[in-house]
Ligand binder design. Structure first.
Ligand SMILES: Cc1ncc(COP(=O)(O)O)c(C=O)c1O
Length: 381
């Protein structure tokens, strides 16, 4: 999750890490209308708002279908299940990601196979992905972390050459593009999260799968709705579960979707200001040539994170770390597999985990606030 914070946040926050209050206050009237409409018609699960949002979000992502689900973790799990991936399969996952990417894999019975990331972008390293492929590999999850897409070309070529499903984890990348291609439109399917702090965030949990494979979309819709047959609601022809997007959240998301691009532009402006004003010892994560990131997070690397973060806290500036423990080093892994996985070294991600620091970022962050953060960083070492 990226809203709260993985390690800690400032206490007297004069520059908040994420100013969700201002973001949502600007849409108060639309939210009131959405709530009244749903209350009046009384369909709280399903209904016209879900259909409308699914249509709008598929159009936004450039895909033929969207299935609203309960959260981003479920979106990934449902994609894997929809593709028939499970016990006996391995799924390649970059170790630098929120644990949810791995959780989705192990929820299906498949094994996440963690790989290292590129030192400048901290996104999956395509060479490491190739090296991890074996006869059990069924899929690769490309995580568009911090708002930046994984370069679609090399990762798609690898998946195609080895007959693997390419799945996008786009939980942090609503609206991101790379050389004309949009997040969600590259792989067989993509999972999005609408956790409140995301670039497109609900007022509660929410998620979506987007895909242009209509058969897969139907399968996922069924699995997410108790495995129901489309023809007969009392016939359950797939082993399903309950993971649906609430009607109210869908209505709120439709209202917010109209502002997503404007919010992403504001984030890009704030990031450009950071790049200009950051002191030398604070190195921002690189944007690749051709990338148009949406800066879900403003991540820098520093040598002495403790000293820098202490200075931010003392100045009332919110911060976070995404993520301080790479997935392959999380203790939960040892409880999952028999025999326990062998200790793995993924040096790029391990080094970065000790150096990364997420600075305040939101569509309402002002250039003055960026300047203040950079001043404090400049005085920190
Ligand atoms: C990269 C990534 N993947 C998956 C998820 C899971 O989304 P959710 O919290 O909606 O289940 C998140 C959310 O924090 C995320 O950041």
């Amino acid at each position: 999750m990226t809203g709260g914070n993985s390690i800690s946040a400032g206490i007297s926050v004069r520059v908040p890490f994420l100013d969700l209050g201002s973001v949502n206050n600007a849409l108060r009237e639309e939210f009131d209308l959405a709530w009244k409409t749903v209350l009046n018609h009384g369909h709280f699960v399903g209904g016209p708002e879900v259909e409308r949002f699914e249509h709008e979000f598929a159009t936004y992502c450039g895909t033929r279908a969207c299935v609203g689900v309960a959260n981003g973790t479920d979106a990934l799990e449902l994609i894997l299940r929809g593709l028939g991936i499970g016990r006996g399969d391995e799924v390649i996952v970059p170790t630098n990601t929120f644990i949810a990417t791995a959780e989705a894999v192990w929820a299906t019975g498949a094994r996440p196979r963690f790989v290292d990331v590129c030192p400048d972008t901290l996104l999956i390293d395509p060479d490491a992905a190739v090296a991890a492929i074996n006869s059990s590999t069924a899929a690769i999850i490309a995580v568009h972390l911090y708002g930046q897409m994984v370069d679609p070309e090399p990762i798609s070529a690898i998946a195609a050459a080895h007959g693997l499903a390419l799945i996008e984890d786009a939980a942090q990348a609503h609206g991101a593009r790379h050389q004309g291609r949009g997040a969600g439109s590259v792989g067989i399917a993509a999972g999005f999260s609408f956790y409140p702090g995301k670039n497109l965030g609900a007022l509660g949990d929410g998620g979506a799968v987007v895909t242009s494979d209509l058969t897969l979309a139907d399968r996922i819709r069924s699995i997410a709705n108790h495995g129901r047959s489309a023809a007969d609601r009392y016939l359950h022809d797939l082993a399903g579960r309950n993971s649906r997007l609430d009607t109210l959240q869908a209505a709120l998301l439709s209202a917010k979707l109209q502002w997503l691009d404007a919010g992403n532009t504001r984030r890009a402006e704030a990031m450009a200001a950071y790049r200009e004003m950051l002191p030398q010892h604070c190195i921002p994560v690189s944007a690749q040539p051709g990338a148009e990131p949406v800066y879900h997070l403003a991540v820098i690397q520093v040598d002495d994170r403790r000293e820098v973060s202490d200075a931010l806290t003392a100045a009332g500036i919110g911060w976070g770390v995404h993520y301080p423990i790479p997935c392959h080093q999380q203790p939960a892994l040892a409880t999952l597999h028999e025999p326990a996985p062998v200790a793995q070294r993924l040096p790029v991600a391990e080094r970065a985990a000790g150096r990364i620091l997420s600075l305040p970022m939101s569509p309402t962050l002002t250039i003055d606030q960026v300047a203040r953060v950079c001043d404090v960083l400049g005085g920190a070492l």
